[in-house]
Design a protein around this ligand. Structure first.
Ligand code: THG
Length: 380
């Protein structure tokens, strides 16, 4: 039987970088924001080792920008999130859970403040554009909501600073985490931020000129030659090790931000207007019923988790695994699980119904501590 093929069409939008992604041998795609997103090049494990040692270019054009502009733009964006945005400066990005009136997670974007009356929500995989448009019209707000063509290009890995400094000069090293500034390439000012969906460090360039996209890619590729630059994409193993949850996989509209471990981005005592704040405050007061934790699952590498795996303790349902991967650096399978109350204590042992049979697993805090740290802790 041959592997299923993803039929690409106008609905599965390509990006201006797609020709390079394909020339460099993309091995698989997923669909994210109705758009192509590579899942591996030389294999997820080979990509992982390379990402953790060198530097990669990622076509993350699927991280769409929802632009909110106008006199009520700040009010609309604040209504959508439970994070207090009042202290955010122009030129700063923040990770901000979007929450509906029932406390459900709508998305978990990076919010970029471009001007007092202009924001970009760099969204995960859900239709925030429609949600924002509906809110603006329903509430009669003076804010224009659009989805401009902007395709982020990420430079990720421990050598990302060296590559970017070789390409654009040493000043790039001064950008702070989640800060952004203009970056001139071929007489056009792009936005460049220190961000990206890995824990290896790096930058994202918000490419808003399709006609310059391939030139920019080629320029970075050439600058990256001394640093063993390679093609890459968000990496399943690295992101689980690093505790980066994927909206739609590890959390959905059915989950509130407290269950997702996003407490530190929920400012429930503030006086700002936020659609979801009262619901989340109520949930906090009552106490959550489940929470995301890490799991170390014993045994050999597992068949990938494409639908949640159930968890139990021998008698009761304990929750579900939503993502799992073999971690070469940890020497075990690492996973995210939504665990019911009574089963979420680190160190607790649960049973997982994997596609390869039942496996024991140990509950862990997120992010996972690195294997070296654990050994040090064990010796202490
Ligand atoms: N970059 C940009 N857009 C994005 C993503 C991105 N849109 C989709 C998706 N990723 C949005 N979700 C996240 C989730 C986590 C982070 C960024 C975007 C992230 N979190 C840091 C962490 O968990 O260590 C820290 C966040 C903080 O504390 O401020 O980076 O990657 N443009």
């Amino acid at each position: 039987m041959s592997a299923p093929v993803l039929a690409v069409s106008r609905r599965t939008r390509s990006t201006p970088f797609t020709p390079r992604v394909e020339a460099l041998g993309v091995a698989g795609y997923t669909v994210y924001n109705h758009m192509l997103l590579a899942t591996s090049f030389r294999g997820v494990e080979a990509d992982y080792h390379h990402l953790k040692s060198h530097v990669q270019l990622w076509d993350v054009g699927c991280e769409r920008q929802v632009e909110v502009q106008g006199p009520d733009a700040a009010r609309l964006v604040q209504l959508m999130t439970v994070r207090d945005l009042s202290t955010v400066q122009i030129g700063q990005g923040v990770y901000a859970p979007l929450v509906d009136v029932d406390g459900g997670m709508v998305n978990d974007p990076v919010v970029l403040k471009l001007a007092d009356d202009r924001f970009w929500l760099s969204v995960a995989d859900s239709d925030v554009w429609l949600w924002a448009k509906g809110l603006a019209s329903g509430l009669g707000l003076d804010a224009a909501v659009s989805e401009p063509d902007v395709w982020p290009l990420a430079i990720q890995g421990p050598k990302a600073d060296d590559l970017m400094a070789a390409a654009f000069g040493d000043s790039i090293r001064g950008i702070r985490f989640f800060g952004f500034q203009p970056l001139t390439f071929k007489d056009h000012d792009f936005i460049v931020a220190r961000s990206g969906w890995s824990k290896q460090g790096g930058f994202e360039i918000y490419v808003d000129r399709a006609d310059l996209a391939l030139d920019l890619w080629d320029f970075l590729w050439a600058a990256g030659q001394p640093f063993d630059v390679g093609p890459g994409c968000p990496n399943m193993i690295e992101r689980i090790e690093g505790g980066l949850l994927s909206y739609g996989n590890d959390m959905t509209l059915e989950n509130n931000p407290l269950e997702c471990g996003l407490d530190r981005y929920c400012h429930l005592e503030g006086t700002f207007d936020s659609l979801g704040r009262d619901a989340v405050a109520k949930i906090r007061k009552q106490g959550i019923r489940r929470v995301v934790r890490g799991l170390r699952i014993e045994g050999d590498p597992l068949t990938p988790c494409v639908q949640p795996w159930t968890i139990h303790d021998g008698s009761s349902a304990a929750g579900q695994v939503t993502s799992a991967a073999w971690s070469p650096d940890f020497g075990c399978n690492v996973a995210f699980a939504m665990l019911n109350k009574g089963f979420w204590t680190p160190g607790q042992v649960v049973q997982v119904n994997t596609l390869d049979g039942e496996r024991s697993a140990v509950v862990s805090e997120l992010p996972f501590s690195k294997p070296e740290q654990e050994r040090v802790q064990a010796q202490a």
